[in-house]
Design a binder for this molecule. Structure first.
Ligand code: MN
Length: 199
């Protein structure tokens, strides 16, 4: 199965230039945490990350999570991120990997719904979790479907059919603000540009 590492994450970044965290410090507050970051990079997308084995196992979800069980959302597995990344919000400078603006769109704890360990569920390609976020709640399933042309794992993120399912809600379009700062991507970007003009 292999240990989940941060090697690929660290190799891709220059920590003298990016404000992103470098390492994971194990702490109880990060246990079973999840975060959904909205990331305005080359393409706008959402990053879905859940704590497994001391790192944030991560997927890029182009359309973000849906609250409608009928809508399957493509999720491309990306490199594991450090635990501290759950609170990362701000600007990744130009020329750096993932250059653009990031907000903490949602955050909370999750519960494993299967009776096997999360690391095994990940290796099997079948994750069933219950999310307790501010915007996103209830059961979600992540199913591995194969690999894309670049060799990256392709998964589907789906809302389970439970009491938190709601086909009429569309949180990615109606709830645009960070749960951390209450700011939008646009506000974070504008403040950054104003600050860099002053200095
Ligand atoms: Mn991203």
């Amino acid at each position: 199965m292999g240990v989940l590492t941060l090697k690929e994450y660290q190799k891709k970044r220059d920590f003298k230039l990016t404000p992103e965290p470098k390492k994971s410090k194990a702490s109880k507050k990060y246990q079973n945490i999840f975060v959904i970051q909205k990331h305005d990079a080359t393409n706008l997308h959402y990053d879905f990350r859940i704590e497994i084995g001391g790192v944030l196992v991560s997927w890029a979800v182009p359309k973000g999570p849906s609250t409608n069980p009928q809508e399957k959302r493509l999720a491309i597995r990306t490199e594991n991120h450090p635990l501290e990344y759950v609170d990362f919000e701000g600007i990744i400078p130009e020329d750096q990997y993932g250059a653009g603006t990031v907000i903490v769109w949602d955050q909370g704890k999750y519960k494993n719904q299967r009776d096997i360990e999360m690391s095994k569920a990940l290796a099997e390609g079948k994750i069933e979790i219950w999310l307790k976020g501010k915007k996103i709640q209830g059961g979600y399933n992540l199913i591995k479907t194969g690999k894309n042309k670049q060799g990256k794992e392709q998964w589907l993120l789906m809302k389970a059919n439970d009491k938190k399912a709601d086909a009429r809600r569309n949180p990615t379009s109606t709830e645009q603000k960070s749960v951390k700062s209450n700011k939008t991507i646009k506000q974070i970007r504008q403040e950054y540009e104003q600050d860099s003009q002053k200095s």
